[in-house]
Design a protein around this ligand. Structure first.
Ligand code: EPZ
Length: 416
């Protein structure tokens, strides 16, 4: 199994460019199923999750041509059956094809995605929305089936501003009869990116990025060209790498506005962040200070940055409190950080971190994508050579992480 060997305490310098957003590309690739003709999506990150989404689209009858970081997709007559548990369990985001298939085929059968390391990952809010749009839902033997000849627009109030449910319902409502209003909708930048793409295809969505999204259904959508926004979590992860190595680096291809909750917290922790039009300069020459976080839906501090952030707090001056409110089991990286010398106490969804003078190398194991990012960041700060195993989790969400870190001067090697 591949591993990373990272020899820590190397100062970083230079520039790194962020790839397209995984969490924007996945729903946008699912949304290509809504269109009659070809769509070309640029800035698609080359990741395991994207490969799995590509395989899923092929299995649904789409033609998919890959050209570097662009994917050309056309699905004249999508197949409604997504019942392969093997496909769906490899990619939880498979659930995002439900809205497009229900809208295009009037039917979708999908293997229940099941949970993952970070939580149960229910889809009840997605299903409640489909029911409100007129679908009949049946569940059994590990499958979910939704059927509806013609979806009819309605008002939907989301009990929680779920990113996936907002995306799925926005896609289904785009081809429904009449108007749909989604209230208490998620407002993440990835929602706006998806809405922009659907509107390019002829959709009529207003209010994306606010908690009330209005969708006027149209009879058909036509393929379009679209570029995915940069990955704000990848950008935050490289900022964390600069922080723990007390470095000054430039991070290119970002939307500074999307990074505000992360940038604000880094500054509170004593890290200088200078913003350009499409880059930031992170300078961590000063002492790192403890600064509490509580993860919240956007524009709160993003849950996907919680794990890498705990690695910064592990070597900051003082004691910090980290509260994870979004997922019920997103502290799996903390015991591994403790093995590297971090002083951490966990009480339910709260972790108390007392900054250590330094971390020391150890053999550690990755449990999930962002936990892996946290261990890479911690290894960059640690004295000695850290061996990180089960790094396939990291490959799901970070494009060429070792070559990007090596280009900044990190001593990182992938061994098989
Ligand atoms: C998206 O997941 C992201 N994934 C996640 O990124 C991200 O952490 C999450 O949004 C929150 O920002 C993609 O975009 C592919 P949610 P999603 O629905 O849509 C509960 C990463 O590391 N919930 O906003 O699944 C759920 O259990 C991944 O890149 C319900 O209860 O997130 C969770 O507690 C991890 N019922 C909370 O809402 C539902 O029907 C947030 O879930 C749906 C969700």
């Amino acid at each position: 199994m591949p591993k990373f060997i990272i020899s820590g305490q190397k100062r970083l310098s230079g520039r790194v460019s962020v790839s397209g957003s995984k969490n924007s590309a996945l729903p946008i690739l699912a949304a290509t199923l809504l269109a009659q003709g070809h769509s070309t999506i640029y800035e698609v990150p080359q990741l395991l999750d994207i490969q799995n989404m590509k395989q899923l689209l092929l299995s649904l009858g789409a033609e998919v041509d890959e050209k570097e970081t662009a994917l050309q997709i056309c699905c004249k007559k999508p197949i409604f059956d997504v019942s392969s548990y093997e496909t769906v369990s490899k990619l939880r985001a498979s659930v995002l094809v439900m809205g497009p298939l229900l809208a295009r085929c009037g039917r979708v059968k999908i293997s229940m995605p099941g949970g993952c390391q970070i939580g149960a990952r229910p889809v009840d809010l997605h299903l409640k929305g489909f029911l409100a749009l007129g679908a009949k839902i049946s569940q059994g033997h590990g499958f979910i089936e939704a059927k509806c000849k013609n979806l009819v627009g309605t008002k939907i109030y989301l009990d929680f501003p779920s990113v996936g449910a907002t995306e799925n319902l926005m896609m289904a409502a785009s081809l429904a009869q009449g108007q749909t209003i989604i209230e208490n909708a998620a407002v993440e930048p990835e929602i706006v990116d998806l809405a922009n793409y659907i509107n390019l295809m002829g959709g009529k969505i207003v209010g994306a990025g606010t908690d009330t999204i209005r969708i006027s259904g149209v009879s058909e959508l036509n393929g379009q060209t679209h570029s995915v926004i940069p990955d704000r979590i990848e950008a935050g992860t490289y900022a964390a790498a600069a922080a723990v190595t007390r470095s000054k680096i430039q991070i290119d291809n970002v939307v500074p506005g999307h990074l505000k909750p992360i940038t604000a917290k880094l500054r509170e922790a004593g890290i200088e962040v200078e913003e350009g039009d499409s880059h930031i300069i992170v300078n961590a020459s000063e002492k790192l200070k403890a600064a509490d976080i509580k993860t919240l839906p956007y524009p709160g501090f993003p849950t996907d940055m919680q794990a890498p952030y705990t690695s910064i707090m592990s070597v900051a001056d003082g004691t910090s409190m980290v509260i994870e409110t979004i997922f019920e089991n997103r502290f799996l990286h903390l015991p591994e950080l403790s093995r590297m010398g971090a002083h951490i106490k966990i009480e339910g969804r709260t972790a108390v971190i007392e900054g250590a003078k330094k971390l020391s190398s150890a053999k550690v194991k990755v449990s999930d994508l962002r936990a892996g990012a946290a261990l890479v960041v911690a290894a960059l700060a640690a004295e000695g050579d850290t061996e990180i195993s089960e790094i396939e989790h990291i490959d799901r969400g970070y494009c060429n992480i070792e070559s990007k870190l090596a280009s900044l001067g990190a001593n990182i090697e992938r061994t098989d």
